[in-house]
Design a protein. Structure first.
Length: 326
């Protein structure tokens, strides 16, 4: 069990079997919860983690339940939206568990102004508290609809929700007028790269592969072109329907606050797998991230093209075939 949830239960919190858990991550060991528990997780690798444990899983839910546990996300508007949603769905308690770095203290302060709070218990650089679900008390925190930012639809919590990412803009500017026939956009976000590539010549199809369901929904609005195919998938496990001519990506570099270049290296391996033998990878990365060895390991040729002081752009071709790879 997760450490703070354990303490809350020791101090008298009881939870019904008709329980919904919002935004659980593999960092929390929830394996002793009853398998009637619904896990709501829009991020595909985390969703699959709990599905593999036999839980009922969904990318979103508005089903009624007794109790809700919300694991606090970092984006404030998103956190408020989920808390409002929890109050709409639960007839019993809403439990909120979060790290200090994700804003649990300020959220607790705001919740206290509106409803009586039980707990709070502090442990492991975070807090847990709970209160009786109140459908009215947080009505002004309802999740807003998609916002229109620079002509693109985004929602709070998705990557670069307040506008075009400068690194992605740089990558698009460096790419050729004919970017390739079959293209995969790994970690497509709300669809900026795909939408721009579809303006260019010779594009036959684009596979947008994105783990965050909310971002992919935005992409469906931003890329309304019949050549686009949308995949809610973990790019590290995704199998291209047919070999791609081009992979384009601005890979994620952290799963939590700490940078994790292993994730980007996994994306490079996935790109090499998805490409046809004469296919090409176009990628942009923060200049300090060490991706050269992975490019060397997975491609016969790669070069750095331009970029700027913050970002570097790579073009790689002739993916190396792995022994045993299909
Ligand atoms: C740096 S952002 C780039 C987004 C978009 N391509 C753009 O240029 O604005 C990386 C994206 O990868 C997604 N992502 C993270 N891990 C992933 C995974 N394992 N599989 C697929 N997408 C993932 C994130 O949700 C995020 O949208």
């Amino acid at each position: 069990m997760s450490i703070r949830l354990d303490l809350a239960r020791d101090s008298g919190l009881t939870l019904s079997d008709a329980l919904s858990v919002l935004l659980p991550t593999p960092a929390q060991d929830l394996s002793d919860l009853p398998r009637t528990t619904e896990m709501v997780q829009p991020f595909k690798p985390f969703h699959d983690h709990f599905a593999d444990q036999g839980f009922r899983c969904a990318h979103a839910s508005d089903a009624r339940c007794d109790d809700v546990i919300l694991f606090l996300p970092r984006a404030k508007t998103q956190a408020r939206g989920f808390l409002h949603q929890a109050c709409q769905r639960a007839s019993g308690r809403v439990v909120v568990d979060g790290a200090k770095t994700d804003g649990i203290d300020s959220l607790l302060k705001e919740v206290r102004k509106r409803v009586p709070v039980e707990g709070p218990i502090s442990k492991a650089h975070g807090k847990i508290f709970w209160f009786a679900a109140d459908a009215q008390a947080f009505s002004d925190w309802a999740m807003s609809d998609m916002a229109l930012v620079g002509g693109y639809r985004t929602v709070p919590g998705v990557f670069s929700s307040d506008g075009i990412d400068p690194a992605s803009e740089l990558l698009i500017a460096a790419m050729p007028d004919r970017p390739g026939g079959r293209i995969a956009d790994l970690g497509a976000g709300w669809g900026y790269l795909s939408s721009r590539l579809l303006e260019r010549e010779g594009v036959y199809s684009i596979d947008l592969v994105e783990a965050d369901h909310a971002a992919l929904e935005c992409a469906r609005h931003n890329v309304s072109d019949p050549r686009a195919r949308f995949h809610w998938a973990d790019a590290l496990r995704w199998a291209a329907p047919e070999p791609e001519d081009t992979v384009v990506m601005n890979p994620p570099f952290h799963t939590s606050r700490a940078a994790d270049p292993a994730l980007g290296r996994g994306f490079i391996a996935a790109a090499a797998r998805a490409l046809a033998p004469n296919g090409q990878l176009w990628m942009v990365a923060n200049r300090h991230l060490p991706y050269e060895a992975a490019l060397e390991a997975h491609f016969n040729r790669f070069e750095e093209l331009g970029g700027d002081a913050r970002f570097k752009i790579f073009n790689a071709s002739r993916p190396r075939r792995r022994v045993g790879a299909s």
